[in-house]
Structure formats: structure tokens, C-alpha cells
Design a protein around this ligand. Structure first.
Ligand SMILES: [Zn+2]
Length: 248
């Protein structure tokens, strides 16, 4: 933690040299508005837009999500009950093709836009890129399934939610401000593999996910931090949405 005195001094020096704009934001400042809801589930409130990613096991019904991103059709990422609880009026759901009938069958009425790896959509002024997500040495997530991670751009912040994936070549040089990476092993990459992925992705700040619910523990999150070298790793506390009991 920087002391207030050092911060003020740094700021004063920056202003006096006219270099304020060039001052690098510390990595964690990019996480403003980002909440981890457990497993691979996040809420991101940025510039007046609320975006949910893989909402799962949501008890509350905030109905404030304007954009809902679903990485693939496994039950711990595609949870129609949670989608209906977080969706605001006029929400747009973005999901790979095979998710769409599952959402409809479960009664999700919201508009759904299909996305595939390599495809870019503009939804409510937010740029959403589908990034490949697949396994290399196991077959839970096949490249042919067309499942995705997302690079989401709001204002000047690019946030990468990797989905369920191993460390794949397409991650090289993504250079987002924020990267959310799975660490549990089993169905996705291990924490050590995520550390190598973090080095290749070169986000300003990297956040571990996909632990603490189905598979993986906080020890995996800490291992990512220990092994990620010069990368900034922030382990988020699980956020409980207003109106929700923390039963875990
Ligand atoms: Zn999966």
C-alpha cells in the first residue's frame, strides 16, 4: 500500500512535469466495478453498463444486466435461471450457437446474439470479440465446438474472460488491461499453466477464476500468483449480490 504522503508527492511531481497523463495506473485500478460472483461468474459495471459473464448459482434477482455473456453450454457457465435473474429489460445475451436452444427451452426470452471464435460484435456500444477457448490434452472443450472466451472493450479498458480453456497459442499477445484466467486444472488449465498463459497474455492485471465451487481451491489462485513472475495477480473476494444469502 502506498502511503498518502508518497502518493501526494508523486502526484505533485507528475503535475509539475506535465507528465500526469503518462503515469501508469496501478494494475488493480483497472478492476474498478468488477465483482467476482464465484467460479467463472463476474459482474462488471463500467461507464453505466452492467455486464455479466457466465452468471451461475445467482440467488438474488438484480435484473440490472444489459449484456450477458455466456462462454459455452456446460451447466456451470450456462445457467438459464441465473441469466433470467440478472437480465434487465432489453438485455442482450451473447453466446455460442449451441447455447441458444438451451436458453430458449429454459424460458429465457431475452434477445440472444450468436458469437463464434474470431467474430466481433458491437452490442450497446460495447465491443465483444469471441476468442477461441479449448482443451489441448483433454476433450471436455473441443475446438470444433465453437465455444469462446471474450474480449470486452468498455471505454479504454479491454477485459478478457478466457472461458474454459487450456493455455492456447491464440492467447499470445492479447495484451488486455484485465485477464480472467481459470486455474483449477481438471477441465481447464492448472495454476502453473495459467501462470505461463499470464506471461503470454501480458495483461496489466490478471485475476484467477474457476475455483472454489466445482473444482479447484484458493490454493490454486495463490499458486498462480506465486508462479506468474512479473505479472500482477489480484485474487478477488467473492462478492455477494444485494439480496443474496451467502450460503457457501
Ligand atoms: Zn466447461
Amino acid at each position: 500500500m502506498r502511503s498518502p504522503i508518497a502518493f501526494t508527492l508523486g502526484l505533485a511531481l507528475s503535475v509539475s512535469t506535465g507528465a500526469l497523463a503518462a503515469v501508469e495506473m496501478p494494475g488493480s485500478s483497472y478492476l474498478q466495478g468488477l465483482s467476482w460472483l464465484g467460479h467463472a461468474s463476474f459482474r462488471w459495471e463500467k461507464e453505466g453498463t452492467v455486464i455479466y459473464m457466465d452468471p451461475f448459482q445467482i440467488d438474488a434477482a438484480p435484473h440490472d444486466g444489459k449484456i450477458i455473456l455466456i462462454s459455452h453450454s456446460h451447466f456451470d457457465h450456462l445457467d438459464p435461471e441465473s441469466v433470467m435473474k440478472v437480465a434487465a429489460d432489453g438485455a442482450v445475451v451473447v453466446a455460442p450457437a449451441d447455447c441458444i436452444p438451451k436458453l430458449r427451452e429454459a424460458g429465457v426470452q431475452a434477445e440472444v446474439k450468436e458469437i463464434a471464435p474470431g467474430q466481433t460484435l458491437e452490442v450497446r456500444g460495447v465491443r465483444i470479440e469471441g476468442v477461441p477457448a479449448y482443451n489441448l490434452d483433454k476433450d471436455f472443450h473441443l475446438k470444433e465446438s465453437g465455444w469462446v472466451g471474450f474480449v470486452v472493450t468498455v471505454g479504454r479498458v479491454r477485459l478478457y474472460h478466457a472461458g474454459d480453456t487450456d493455455f492456447i497459442p491464440e492467447m499470445e499477445g492479447l495484451e488486455p488491461e484485465v485477464a480472467l484466467l481459470p486455474v483449477s486444472g481438471a477441465y481447464v488449465m492448472t495454476a502453473s499453466q495459467a501462470a505461463a498463459a499470464a506471461q503470454a497474455i501480458r495483461a496489466k492485471v490478471t485475476v484467477p477464476m474457476h475455483y472454489g465451487a466445482i473444482v479447484g481451491s484458493e490454493a490454486d489462485a495463490r499458486r498462480l500468483r506465486e508462479e506468474a513472475g512479473d505479472r500482477i495477480i489480484e485474487i478477488l473476494e467473492k462478492t455477494v449480490l444485494p439480496g443474496e444469502e451467502d450460503g457457501s
